[in-house]
Design a protein around this ligand. Sequence first.
Ligand code: CP
Length: 303
Amino acid sequence: MRHFISTRELSAASIYDILNTAEKLRDSSESFSQQYFAANLFFEPSTRTKMSFLVAEKKLGMAPLDFQPESSSMSKGESLYDTARTYEAIGADLLIVRHLSDRWYDELIGKTSIPIINAGAGKGEHPTQSMLDLLTIYQEFGSFENLEVVIAGDIKHSRVARSNAYALTTLGAKVYFTAAPGFEDDSLDFPYVAIEEACAMCDVLMLLRIQHERHVTQTCDTFSYLANYGLTMEREQKMTDHAIILHPAPVNRDVEIDTRLVECTRSRIFKQMENGVYARMAVISILLKEWGVNHENVAEKCQ
Ligand code: CP
């Protein structure tokens, strides 16, 4: 694994390596000297992904390098490529990028001498979100084989849906979608079910945020969305006892999910955020080792 861009590039063995490494790192309490630099290039807003990368880097003993697009030389017209190469030239050992383009990485892959992690690419992929989602499911069920996972919501504009659909399929889960009219994605070949059926059948209900910022021609009536397509109290009652609820967050409360269910017994939404730190630590550790960064502490943490 040279970069971390798409879950389509991950074998089942490499996904399990990330999940098991994350579990080990969660139990580790060693402290490390700051020797390696991670450039966190976020061109889109983020709370969870950016902050959990910063915590992950600090826990691994790395020094995070911050970046604000509006106060950087990108405001003078500098390209993503020149920005990335600049961070590399001044000593970054790792590039972590979130960008509104679906394929921002095309202008960087093969042109840097340091690993690149996709922290969210437009409507493309969000592979580290997928790893923390998988870790949460793994902790719950211990296996993915034949698990019924329904991904529900704005499939068409969701990088989370794409990354999870690919990775869950690789791991042997059965993936279904449910979506409001216009939110389906023809480029993804998975069966659709109605929300009522989804709630009754699933082991995992993965809700998605309505991605208003990516809607070009379409608007969404959020007033009626919960009743028609979201997780209401009545639908939650139809779920089997062991079924869990995931949502990548931020949550549109009372739109995708009744606000009373956000922290209900079967919700793992805040657990997902906690797992984000360890999943991202695992991805960073595995990539740095792959690139020959053999800092003894980083290496020890990944044993
Ligand atoms: N889930 C997720 O990517 O959240 P942020 O946009 O806050 O990083």
